[in-house]
Write a protein that binds this ligand. Structure first.
Ligand code: FES
Length: 161
């Protein structure tokens, strides 16, 4: 096993072991790994099966049921546009449109060049600053279509993090 694979396994095991709740389930473990890595490699399915005593098929069944799990690495810039009720009322539709134009995607997914991953979020937990979007792990509030566009385009030019 290469050091990269061993490192990946280690991160997966730490994510699974680090769950705060006393009851560890297949779903909670998959969520923990996706939170840590941003996606679920095949190794994650194996490690979750080992940890929970389930079969690989059982884990795949849970993982493939939920559309929020991804099975390939996200682009270096993940943009999540909040689609929750508050953001919706305060202009999320226009924010989404501006972001889609900026990255050149008609909807959720990865850009062909692999630079951006775009997804919708049901609530980023920043309703007081709606409309909001997240770029990587950072949340930006009170977006306008123009500030959203500049933010998303800027990150690819190293102007934002
Ligand atoms: S609805 Fe958008 S942050 Fe809560």
């Amino acid at each position: 096993m290469s050091s990269h694979q061993e490192d990946l396994r280690q991160r997966i095991r730490q994510a699974i072991a680090g769950q705060p709740q006393p009851t560890v389930t297949i779903l909670s473990s998959l969520l923990a790994v996706q939170d840590a890595l941003g996606w679920l490699p095949a190794e994650a399915i194996e490690e979750v099966a080992t940890r929970t005593g389930a079969t690989i098929n059982d884990v795949w069944a849970v993982a493939s049921f939920y559309t929020n799990f991804r099975f390939s690495p996200p682009g270096p810039h993940t943009v999540e546009v909040c689609w929750g009720p508050t953001c919706h009322l305060l202009g999320a539709q226009a924010i989404l449109q501006a972001v889609q134009e900026a990255v050149g995607l008609p909807g959720e997914g990865d850009t062909p060049d692999g630079r951006y991953s775009l997804k919708l979020n049901t609530c980023l937990g920043a309703c007081a600053q709606a409309p909001a979007l997240a770029l990587g792990h950072r949340i930006y509030g009170r977006m306008t279509p123009e500030t959203a566009r500049r933010l998303v385009e800027g990150v690819n030019q190293g102007e934002a993090s």
